[in-house]
Design a protein. Structure first.
Length: 332
């Protein structure tokens, strides 16, 4: 089993995309573990509110910067985590990668090149946030890391899919040619506090409608499936990977597969939404997968990782975050 030190020496860590949903939670976890964190974001899709609670933390600093441009960070870096990229497939949102195609490609290509350059200059370990989207509309279920994928390279989704596939290839090239100490996490569907309700994916879509008392819109018959991982579980898996010496890609996600219809029914029940469910003709985007489920054998065996938060518990915590009583608007 590869070395896994869950109490590593304190590091100074650069996190790009730090103001995003996952990036901000990762900042919290690594600060909690005693590290110094330098956050970087240009706020195209991230929000300053996600980092506001860290303003007075002496171990946190922030640089506003676009990672597609040359990156300079004063002082030594022990680790670089590249999480900067639009990630929403929502074509109706200004924050979705369909409406930010060039920025998405540049974050995956130039951003990965620039962050790898920082890691090389500093002799730092490097972790790339990749995605289950590199598997495309998979013909293998569940998806293992050895699966090469089924991807349309010129679809509207390809700006995200191919950017991440290129980023993985570049990361491995730097590992093999320059000896950079790299890691790649393939992230599956994740939900929790700080996600955008206009994200365009199933959980935020349904939560937005339910919290406004509206019927939940299910496309087709709702039998398409997803596997939903609560954010704290995902961050724990990513952190374990960072602390390991595993260089091959690792899936992190919850293998419990559920239909979109079952998810909608659970959210209506947990929110007490009287709006019910309406079915519409399938309008899912081009290349949207029918099934998505990770094989997490590698994470279990090499990282000792398993998701701990059940779907209903995770949904309750997420709903509580967005309820008006918490001070967060339920509408967007």
């Amino acid at each position: 089993m590869p070395e896994l030190n869950l109490r590593p020496e304190k590091m100074r860590i650069l996190i790009t995309g730090a103001a995003g949903f996952l990036g901000s939670h990762l900042c919290d976890r690594l600060l909690q573990d005693g590290h110094q964190v330098v956050g970087m974001d240009n706020f195209i899709t991230g929000s300053p509110e996600n980092l506001a609670h860290l303003a007075n933390n002496p171990n946190f600093s922030f640089i506003r910067h676009d990672v597609s441009n040359f990156i300079f960070v004063p002082g030594a870096q022990d680790a670089v985590l590249h999480f900067a990229s639009p990630a929403s497939p929502n074509a109706n949102s200004p924050f979705g990668y369909v409406n930010l195609p060039i920025q998405t490609m540049k974050a995956g290509a130039l951003g990965t090149h620039n962050t790898l350059g920082v890691a090389r200059a500093q002799q730092a370990r490097f972790l790339l946030a990749s995605t289950s989207e590199i598997y495309g509309d998979p013909q293998e279920h569940p998806q293992r890391e050895t699966y090469w994928g089924h991807v349309n390279p010129i679809s509207t989704r390809s700006v995200y899919d191919e950017a991440k596939r290129f980023a993985e290839a570049l990361t491995m090239a730097y590992h093999r040619f320059h000896g950079i100490d790299t890691r790649i996490v393939r992230i599956f569907n994740t939900y929790g506090p700080r996600m955008r309700l206009d994200d365009g994916r199933a959980v935020p879509n349904f939560l937005k409608q339910a919290l406004n008392g509206e019927p939940l819109t299910v496309y087709g018959d709702g039998q398409q499936t997803r596997s939903f991982c609560y954010v704290s579980d995902l961050i724990d898996g990513i952190t374990r990977l960072l602390y390991s010496d595993i260089h091959d890609p690792v899936n992190i996600g919850n293998p419990s597969e559920i239909s979109v219809l079952e998810l909608a029914q659970a959210i209506n029940r947990l929110t007490g939404n009287p709006g019910g469910i309406i079915f519409k003709a399938d309008q899912r985007g081009e290349g949207d997968p029918q099934r998505r489920r990770p094989d997490i054998t590698r994470a279990q065996e090499l990282l000792g990782w398993n998701p701990q938060v059940g779907l209903e518990d995770g949904l309750r915590a997420t709903i509580a975050h967005f309820m008006p009583a918490t001070g967060n608007a339920a509408t967007v």
